[in-house]
Ligand binder design. Structure first.
Ligand SMILES: Cc1cc2nc3c(=O)[nH]c(=O)nc-3n(C[C@H](O)[C@H](O)[C@H](O)COP(=O)(O)O)c2cc1C
Length: 337
């Protein structure tokens, strides 16, 4: 039963951040009452084996919607093949001042400058422990806004150590445009030393825990071809387990003239699709199947997801599409793949 077309006008009449909170609370209530089983019948399995993990289907929830793991069970009930929570930082932080989230329905797009608002990794891990979710769980880690960029690796190491035993995979987010200088970590020697430190730690943790947890790097759609090639070489050199392409874009040419185009932050949804797909294509050419690609960016239909797979992705993730199309999108994509 697709209730979203009825619900969407109501939600879109609220300011975006309130709508976000209301939706998640509704989802929790529907789940707790058992109603979500009626509204969202189970989606058929389309298993994918990747990074040593078994995904029940190739459609995941992208990071940022459930930053604290507060809605894990309810979101999983929508039929995702995997759920990524976070970005979470070592210490809690409030994020940027409001307003920091904008809807651009004319473009099926969102601009956000949330700035990693989250309750800290200890809270997230407690939520994961409490949840009943047994599917593939990605924990996406970042750095606190007040950790100097030259010490960023310390925050990622804290995140990796803490998340290791609870995560199916850990995502290193160095591509949010809303934390000052964060994207600088995607370049030159900075990315090399970050990846090398995290890989070393991953192997230590593997020994300690007797379990291998894959490391995935999440990159921006605004990288040059040289930067993408540099990252691809490092992914192979350090045997990083996967790459997510992409985060939101700082470009605005696709929405030029829109009254909200000047708002600072990351643009997602339909306008980022082609840019993200181009990154997937360039990665595919460089990686040659040796490091799996998870595509995110502007997937609003089954055809959009197919385009990502055709470009070389093995899995897809959605965020803005869920806001514009509702949970039916998950089933539509799974069926089509
Ligand atoms: C409101 C909002 C918050 C986001 N927060 C995060 C985040 O905390 N960490 C992250 O890695 N990506 C974050 N993203 C990026 C998404 O995970 C995704 O990579 C991007 O939006 C492109 O996919 P889409 O076009 O389907 O939204 C956020 C996106 C939105 C719209």
């Amino acid at each position: 039963m697709n209730l979203y077309p009825l619900l969407r006008p109501l939600l879109f009449s609220l300011d975006p951040e309130t709508a976000h909170e209301v939706t998640l609370k509704l989802l929790n209530a529907a789940h707790a009452s058992g109603l979500s089983k009626l509204i969202y019948p189970a989606i058929e399995d389309k298993p994918v084996r990747l990074m040593g993990l078994e995904f029940k289907n190739p459609v995941g929830l992208a990071a940022g919607l459930d930053k604290n793991g507060d809605y894990l069970d309810s979101l999983a009930a929508l039929g995702f093949g995997f759920v990524e929570i976070g970005t979470v930082t070592p210490r809690p932080q409030p994020g940027n001042p409001k307003p920091r989230l904008f809807r651009l329905p004319e473009h099926q797009a969102i601009i956000n400058r949330m700035g990693f608002n989250n309750h800290g990794i200890d809270h997230l891990l407690a939520q994961v422990k409490q949840s009943r979710y047994t599917g593939i769980l990605g924990i996406n880690i970042g750095k606190n806004f007040d950790t100097p960029i030259e010490n960023a690796v310390d925050d990622y190491l804290i995140g990796l150590r803490k998340a290791y035993s609870s995560a199916s995979y850990v995502t290193i987010n160095i591509s949010s445009p809303n934390t000052k200088n964060l994207r600088q970590l995607q370049q030159g020697d900075e990315i090399k030393s970050l990846i090398s430190a995290l890989k070393e730690e991953q192997l230590k943790l593997q020994q300690e825990h007797g379990k291998y947890v894959p490391l995935v790097l999440k990159i921006a759609p605004d990288l040059t071809t040289d930067e993408i090639n540099h990252i691809a070489k490092l992914l192979l050199e350090f045997e990083i387990d996967g790459v997510i392409a992409t985060n939101t874009t700082i470009a605005r040419d696709m929405i030029a003239g829109h009254p909200l185009a000047h708002e600072m932050g990351g643009l997602s949804g339909a306008p980022v699709k082609d840019k993200s797909t181009a990154v997937v294509r360039e990665l595919t050419a460089e990686l040659n199947g040796r490091c799996p690609i998870i595509a995110a960016g502007g997937i609003l239909s089954a055809a959009d997801a197919q385009e990502k797979i055709a470009a070389g992705a093995s899995l897809v993730q959605i965020y803005s599409g869920l806001i514009y199309k509702g949970p039916q999108l998950v089933e539509d994509i799974v069926k089509s793949l």
